[in-house]
Design a protein around this ligand. Sequence first.
Ligand code: GSH
Length: 212
Amino acid sequence: MKLYNYFRSSAAYRTRIALNLKGITPENVFIHLLKNEQRADEYLKLNPQGLVPTLVDGDEVITQSLAIIEYLDETHPAPPLLPGTAADRARIRSLALTIACDIHPIDNLRVLRYLTGVLGVSEDDKNKWYEHWVREGLNALEAQLAGDPRTGRFCHGDTPTLADICLVPQLANARRVNMDIDAFPTIARIEVACQALPAFADAAPMKQPDAA
Ligand SMILES: N[C@@H](CCC(=O)N[C@@H](CS)C(=O)NCC(=O)O)C(=O)O
């Protein structure tokens, strides 16, 4: 497998964790986002959205981190990233999508660049935008996690799932704007449990070969 990857991309970070949990080591192709390599013609042929990650497995080209992770989970079922009953899987997906659909996309590089470049928003206001949506999302997630007996050592039960895979990279992003994760006690506790696992720790941005 080949992973089009960038150390600071939280969507790519999700796929790195999933690959590690599955014990798969892909070949990496690094796409430097600040150098706009995601907009190069050759990459756009592979991923017309101009986003990372992209996974290539033989003839299959898969974009969107959650689609990649579900593909890995279906082709390499152990350990399961969406375990349990239909209701369990719905809760795991709900937690994951809170992050992947409602927090991450509006704080993405291209959105922030549009705010400052096209709309002329100041750096300060851009940072306020970023922090506002991350804080609102994490507040909701904390309430979802803290108030549900299905939350265990991890977001759902005592093994890592798709929800944890989305949570940990989002927290790395939150820290980059100096957010205090301890303000979200359940989330902070789950992050510690995740980071104790090599699959999560080894996927960290600063441990990647392309980290500047
Ligand atoms: N929903 C997509 C999001 C992918 C995405 O937003 N990737 C970001 C990095 S985290 C990116 O490539 N940004 C490039 C840009 O904004 O120009 C996924 O989950 O794969």
